[in-house]
Write a protein that binds this ligand. Sequence first.
Ligand SMILES: [Fe+2]
Length: 237
Amino acid sequence: MTFDRAARRSLPTLPLAAAEIPLSGPLPSPVPLTGARREIWERALPYLDVRDNDAHSLYAFALATALLHTLPGAREDVVLPAVLLHDTGWKTVDPADILPAIAGRAGAAGQETIRRHETRGAAIAARILAEVGYPARDTERIVTIIDGHDTRRDALDLDDAVVKDADKLWRLTPHGLRTVGAWFALDPDRTLRFLVARTYDRLLTEPARAVGAALTVLARTDGSVQRSGLDAPSRDE
Ligand SMILES: [Fe+2]
């Protein structure tokens, strides 16, 4: 029997009623942005309107909450504000300098640009956390983590590792792949190869490596499903 892609049969639609959908299930959901976290987020937002950092930070926040589920030794009150605030410093950098620095094309000047977004982000975070009355000890840890979240390869502690991993894992999400592919005018296959090379070996925690592997395999599978024409829109019978 030969396989005819064009003849694949779609099933007739069966609309489910609201009562057939469970209200809540065992799936972990992101920690809500409420209370102090909401205040921090609202104060961070004006600094996050460059480089898709607003959406990036929300995805990294969701990934951090997932990692926290499996790494109970990490402190939510340090990790989550650090994720929300970690990229605020990009706002203070000339936008023309950002992508050459990230691509590694700008040499020492690019390294300085990356370092500047960390030090300025740390200062912005310290100010925002003081404004919302965040505890001084947590603030100190958050600021230390932000000041080195990209350039410090090794983690200072588990909180630092979770922030770094959540930040980098975003690259392998559908949103990260789309965003970075558009920055550098890459097709999906090249985007994935570029980002896997810059991400997978740098993940520091075991759960993040598992998530990274799953996201990479899914993205590769998406590519091969599309290439083989199996994702053609289904037809009603
Ligand atoms: Fe980031």
